[in-house]
Design a protein around this ligand. Structure first.
Ligand SMILES: NC(=O)C1=CN([C@@H]2O[C@H](COP(=O)(O)OP(=O)(O)OC[C@H]3O[C@@H](n4cnc5c(N)ncnc54)[C@H](OP(=O)(O)O)[C@@H]3O)[C@@H](O)[C@H]2O)C=CC1
Ligand SMILES: O=C(O)[C@@H]1CCC=N1
Length: 271
């Protein structure tokens, strides 16, 4: 990959995970500049990663890839600030849930190329799931640049932009669903009389083992679940309770709600 300079504009939790992932995968600190709204946050990032912290306009000037890491609600103000520095030879990469490439194109001068990315926090450890879509002014080459940038952070997939709200619901927010499940299982272990630390270790390693098996065996989850479920055994008893309590229906509703919220955010930002 040619030497690019990346600006993280608004370096909160998600942009920090991307920043850490890039540094882990061989990008050098001098290829990265970051911005923060609060000076204390900037100082923290400089100390933790050895990166240069500058203002938004200077970052937009210095870098050729501009990663938009602010909340969707803060994006318009940020674009207003950096707009004059964004020319067609810059690549704008949005991490924002809900916001379309059109939202950015409408607020940037000329034909600024925009790539919409939905990644997730496991980028921090090289296990992200990142979905990438090119906006109207982005070339295939620019899409490939964004893809190369995110590949070392985990897995990547190209999707048509209209699918990005569904992606956001599934893999963008996805880590939170698994963490909730783990949290609830640990509490259940405590209810059954296990010390919390023991319950924590049992659940976390079971989650890791199950996830690695899912990925590496290539087996369908139904087959893996059936292998655990003995006739008249303990697992069948537990699964019946999960079905009785509507776990599948809850997931369907939850993901629809997340997808709809992404679309709603975009609508709110247009007003
Ligand atoms: N968290 C996640 O798992 C995921 C998040 N995303 C997307 O990533 C984006 C960021 O989310 P997240 O990291 O969770 O949110 P955070 O609030 O942690 O990060 C946003 C950061 O931007 C800073 N900021 C806001 N305005 C400016 C500005 N004008 N100049 C410089 N910095 C600014 C904020 O500063 P301050 O600290 O002062 O508020 C904050 O540090 C969102 O658009 C979200 O949709 C996408 C996928 C997953
Ligand atoms: O909750 C959110 O809106 C962001 C987007 C996906 C994950 N976190």
């Amino acid at each position: 990959m040619p030497k690019h300079t990346v600006a993280m504009l608004g370096t909160g939790k998600m942009a920090e995970a991307v920043l850490a992932g890039l540094l882990r995968s061989g990008w050098s600190a001098d290829q990265l500049v970051v911005t923060a709204r609060r000076p204390a946050r900037g100082a923290e990032l400089a100390e933790r990663y050895g990166v240069t912290v500058v203002g938004n306009t200077e970052a937009a000037e210095r870098a050729d890839i501009l990663v938009i890491g602010v909340k969707p609600q803060d994006a318009a103000a940020l674009l207003g600030e950096i707009g004059p520095k964004v020319s067609a030879n810059k690549l704008v990469v949005s991490l924002c849930a809900g916001l379309t490439t059109g939202f950015f194109a409408d607020r940037l001068p000329g034909d600024a190329p925009v790539i919409r990315v939905m990644t997730n926090t496991p980028a921090l450890i090289g296990e992200a799931m990142t979905a990438i879509s090119a906006g109207p002014h982005a070339t295939g080459e620019q899409l490939a640049v964004a893809e190369e940038m995110f590949k070392p952070l985990g897995a990547t997939v190209r999707v048509p932009e209209y699918q990005q709200d569904a992606v956001t619901a599934l893999s963008g927010s996805g880590p939170a669903y698994f963490y909730l499940m783990v949290e609830a299982m640990i509490d259940a272990g405590v209810l059954l009389g296990l010390p919390r630390q023991v319950a924590h270790e049992l659940v976390v390693q079971t989650a890791v083992g199950s996830a690695v098996m899912l990925r590496d065996s290539g087996e369908h989850p139904v087959k893996l679940r059936e292998a655990v479920t003995s006739p008249a055994g303990t697992t069948a008893a537990a699964l019946r309770e999960l079905e009785n309590h509507g776990v599948r229906a809850a997931l369907l509703s939850a993901l629809e709600a997340a997808r709809d919220r992404a679309a709603q955010i975009a609508g709110e930002m247009r007003q």
